[in-house]
Design a protein around this ligand. Structure first.
Ligand code: NAI
Length: 254
């Protein structure tokens, strides 16, 4: 690791996979990685704008970038997606398990199908991706997993009652900490817990305006304000950090 911190933050020659990269936080993260010189694989499910985004990033930053269609609730698609990334880029340095779904309802109003769908993306998706990329990390002898959780893993989020969504995030936060321990000989694992950000998901119902004001900074975060944290975790500036859960929530959870 270089001594100079700006050199530590460079992602030159690193290969980064980001799930849910077509929009929102995932796209901002993919941009951050490309801006720092990394080669990026944008995984998307339904929004194929990811294909042109990948081309734009490659063109703008002189890096390699491709989009891959992978449903993270489908382990076969993940396996194929990982193999395709390794074939194209040769290795995987960083995997950002960011894709998520918010079916935010009180449990008494939530159908069992909605419950299963929520679990399949937020829990199964993170477990499948981690297990399959972890095998690659172990074989390589290096790797770095970053999981997008939520401040909802820390608190009973208000004003919307959403016990299942909150609990999926508590699952992945604790899962990530356990993986940091299990993989200590070959990979780092850290967790990012965002508060309210201005994405499609963060737009939420009307009542949320009130909730934004409850944060210490009194407003929503803009996705450009989350880029630096993911860059830090992906880079060699954070080589002594593993198993950490980093809140970035405008001081909501205090
Ligand atoms: P978003 O809705 O803009 O992005 C979510 C992405 O996940 C989309 O690109 C979507 O296509 C993808 N996705 C959904 N199901 C998928 C599947 N089965 N396979 C592959 N991709 C799938 O939302 P946002 O805000 O960018 O969310 C990113 C992550 O941040 C999520 O894990 C979310 O739970 C988390 N988060 C967001 C907060 C916010 O206020 N925006 C707050 C706390 C956490």
């Amino acid at each position: 690791t270089p001594n100079n911190v700006l050199e530590q933050l460079s992602l030159k020659e690193k290969v980064i996979v980001v799930t849910g990269a077509a929009d929102g936080i995932g796209l901002a993260v993919a941009e951050a990685m490309a801006e720092a010189g990394g080669h990026v694989a944008l995984w998307y499910n339904s929004n194929d704008a990811a294909v042109s985004r990948a081309e734009e990033l490659a063109h703008a930053h002189g890096i390699k970038s491709s989009a891959f269609k992978v449903d993270v609730s489908n382990s076969e698609q993940i396996e194929k997606g990982l193999a395709a990334v390794v074939e194209k880029f040769g290795k995987i340095d960083v995997f950002v398990a960011n894709a998520g779904l918010a079916l935010c309802k009180p449990i008494l109003e939530q159908t069992l199908d909605e419950y299963k769908k929520q679990m399949s993306v937020n829990v199964d998706g993170v477990v499948y991706c981690s297990k399959l990329v972890g095998a690659i990390f172990k074989q390589q002898g290096f790797g770095n997993l970053i999981i997008t959780s939520s401040m909802s893993a820390h608190i009973v989020n208000v004003p919307v009652d959403q016990p299942v969504y909150n609990a999926t995030k508590a699952f992945v936060t604790h899962f990530g900490k356990c993986l940091a321990r299990e993989w200590r000989d070959f990979a780092r694992v850290n967790i990012v817990s965002p508060g309210f950000f201005d994405t499609k998901m963060g737009a939420g119902p009307e009542g949320l305006q009130e909730a934004y004001r409850m944060s210490t900074l009194g407003r929503q975060g803009h996705v450009k304000e989350i880029k630096g944290l993911y860059l830090y975790l992906a880079s060699d500036a954070s080589t002594y950090m593993t198993g950490s859960d980093l809140l970035i929530d405008g001081g909501y959870v205090l």
